[in-house]
Design a protein around this ligand. Structure first.
Ligand SMILES: Cc1cc2nc3c(=O)[nH]c(=O)nc-3n(C[C@H](O)[C@H](O)[C@H](O)COP(=O)(O)OP(=O)(O)OC[C@H]3O[C@@H](n4cnc5c(N)ncnc54)[C@H](O)[C@@H]3O)c2cc1C
Ligand code: SF4
Length: 457
């Protein structure tokens, strides 16, 4: 949303800023070379020819973790980076944004021995940063093929699918409405995790494989889609999800009531450097937690998350909830907003207490309002972070696509949609997950497209 206007109050930075650092201060700064060597030598080199290491099994991209750590331990950063990029063309990005606490590092055997897990993410960053700075070429391209593939979306799924197809020798063109690469990595992932680097270097790497990028090209008319479709032998849809879902609360138009994606994008593009004194975040997922932590870093004195269930039902990563709490985020559990109050600016949110009833279709206990339990929470900023809408209008232009609750239905073994020429993966299919899940799906779809074109062409 370039140019999205986000109304924020100007408040002087508060002590919270000192507690948590500035908005662009990295949460996990890079290791120094001696620290990386020390960390690499802590690895026990699990696994072998008959058993894959548990950390590798837990990596959706399938990176050979002990192999790249061993290479770092030997001082061979080129070999380490080649091992990483062999499985993940966004190895540098993933080293920053992957929820390693819930993936590879959660399976590290050292934890079972009561020791701290190996810092796999930081080691991956050490190797990939070094190698990207050297401009080393990591992958070789097969003999050129005549078939053409169009990729719509230059987010993680589109970038990786395009790169893997180029490696197989296909002629690949990527279209994205945005002016920059990376989709949500560029415009939504918390700036204290990844601001922009190393996306440009990774995109350069993929372009050098032969991928043609058309940025600033929105496929926003059926005629554009038809002409892309006519020129391509297969199409990969890496379009992700759309804007924040709409809410019906009264007063939502008041200045001071913001939507999460527009807010984060404005922060990442440097258009916002302060937020209100008292901020409420409404939502229960990782985006809501990110927004709350970002508000603290922008100097809010009080940040309260409002959630209609309890901590036990919250879908956000537990470690993120803990970190947010340690930084000073407060939680109003079993509470639901009713309306936003204020005359010319948000002044408060009227909420209602909830209690948990029987489980709903999601298996979580259904929250029910407690009669007469209304209360008013004084705030000057509210940020709505309740999820993204699927891109159903766009999918309606493509014949034969079957959707499941707005998400594309695919064959999980090939990424093929119910229109044989179209493949997909990433958020458009899984409803919003992680970058590394998009990488995994893009690799499957690239193989699926290769199989389809080999039989067809
Ligand atoms: C606030 C937030 C924080 C997150 N934090 C993390 C994190 O810390 N770690 C993590 O691993 N994951 C995180 N995620 C999730 C992660 O960003 C996504 O899972 C991932 O980006 C999905 O990749 P994708 O390529 O499927 O979609 P996207 O990243 O959404 O990319 C889709 C691309 O398609 C383009 N596009 C869409 N429609 C069209 C069209 N019609 N024409 C042209 N272009 C089009 C868009 O412009 C966009 O560039 C976060 C998500 C959000 C919302
Ligand atoms: S599980 Fe831990 S110790 Fe074992 S190979 Fe992986 S990172 Fe090294």
């Amino acid at each position: 949303m370039p140019g999205a206007s986000v109304s924020v109050l100007t408040a002087a930075p508060s002590p919270a800023e000192h507690r948590v650092g500035g908005i662009f201060d990295e949460l996990h700064p890079a290791l120094t070379p001696p620290a990386a060597l020390f960390e690499a030598h802590r690895c026990l080199q699990c696994g072998g020819p008959y058993a894959t290491a548990p950390c590798t099994l837990a990596c959706p991209a399938g990176i050979d973790v002990p192999a790249f750590i061993a290479a770092i331990g030997r001082g061979d950063l080129t070999k380490a980076a080649v091992t990483i990029f062999a499985e993940n063309l966004l190895g540098g990005t993933c080293s920053r944004v992957c929820p390693v606490e819930a993936l590879c590092q959660s399976r590290c055997v050292l934890e079972h021995e009561g020791r701290r897990p190996v810092e796999i993410g930081l080691l991956q960053r050490h190797a990939t940063d070094w190698a990207l700075a050297q401009g080393i070429k990591f992958r070789t391209v097969a003999k050129p093929k005549t078939a053409r593939v169009a990729v719509i979306g230059a987010g993680p799924a589109g970038m990786v699918c395009a790169g893997e197809l180029a490696i197989l020798g296909y002629r690949v063109t990527v279209y994205d409405a945005r002016e920059d690469f990376g989709g949500l990595v560029r415009y939504a992932i918390a700036p204290y995790r990844q601001q922009r680097e190393p996306l440009p270097q990774e995109a350069r790497l993929i372009a050098e494989l032969g991928v043609d990028f058309h940025l600033g090209f929105a496929v926003d008319r059926i005629e554009r889609l038809r002409s892309i479709e006519a020129e391509a032998d297969a199409v990969f849809l890496g379009v992700g999800l759309g804007d924040d879902i709409d809410v019906r609360y009264r007063g939502k138009e008041l200045p001071g009531v913001l939507k999460s994606l527009a807010f984060i994008e404005a922060v990442k593009l440097g258009r916002v450097d302060h937020v209100g004194h008292r901020v409420a975040v409404i939502g229960d997922g990782n985006t809501a937690i990110d927004v709350a932590r970002e508000a603290l870093r922008l100097g809010a004195e009080e940040v309260t998350m409002i959630y209609r269930r309890t901590e036990a039902e919250m879908p956000a990563y537990q470690h993120e909830v803990e970190e947010a709490r340690e930084e000073g985020v407060q939680f109003e559990w079993l509470a639901n907003p009713i309306q936003f109050l204020g005359s010319d600016h948000l002044q408060a949110i009227e909420c209602q207490h909830m209690r948990l009833g029987e489980p709903d279709t999601s298996g979580r206990r259904r929250p029910e309002p407690v009669p007469g339990s209304e209360f008013v929470l004084p705030v000057d900023t509210a940020i709505l972070a309740m999820g993204q809408k699927p891109r159903v209008e766009f999918f309606a232009w493509i014949d034969g696509l079957i959707l499941d609750d707005g998400l594309l239905k695919i064959d999980p073994a090939t990424g093929q949609t119910t229109n044989p020429k179209y493949f997909s993966g990433g958020d458009a299919v899984n409803g919003g997950a992680t970058v590394v899940e998009a990488v995994r799906a893009a690799k499957i779809a690239a193989r699926g497209i290769d199989g389809y074109l080999r039989h067809r062409v």
